[in-house]
Write a new protein. Structure first.
Length: 116
């Protein structure tokens, strides 16, 4: 069993920055990939960014390209989402997701609110 705990959410103004963290604990598995998803009120969940285990490959949704970066610290079993130039449209609950060879794991989410 793996637990993912997100942190770093909060209320900010448009143009501000936030860094989300997702720490994995529990049984030690080598992840295949890590990602961030988000769900805005009334909307479906959408992928935001992803990174491969070794960090060689990344993915960003068009809506966040150039503003968000994703990184990981293997020693800390933590994945980060650096969010710059935040917009009100970025308001959502952000979820961490980790894909392991034989299971998927989701965090409970952290709320990001961007005011105009």
């Amino acid at each position: 069993q793996v637990q993912l705990v997100e942190s770093g959410g909060g209320v900010v103004q448009a143009g501000d920055s936030l860094r989300l963290s997702c720490a994995a604990s529990g049984r030690s598995f080598t992840p295949l990939a890590m990602a961030w998803f988000r769900q805005a009120p009334g909307n479906e969940i959408e992928s935001v960014a992803a990174i491969s285990f070794m960090g060689a490959n990344t993915y960003f949704a068009d809506s966040v390209k150039g503003r968000f970066t994703i990184s990981r610290d293997g020693a800390k079993n933590t994945v980060y989402l650096q969010m710059n130039s935040l917009k009100p449209d970025d308001t959502a609950v952000y979820y961490c997701y980790v894909r392991y060879p034989n299971m998927d794991s989701w965090g409970r989410g952290t709320l990001v609110t961007v005011s105009s």
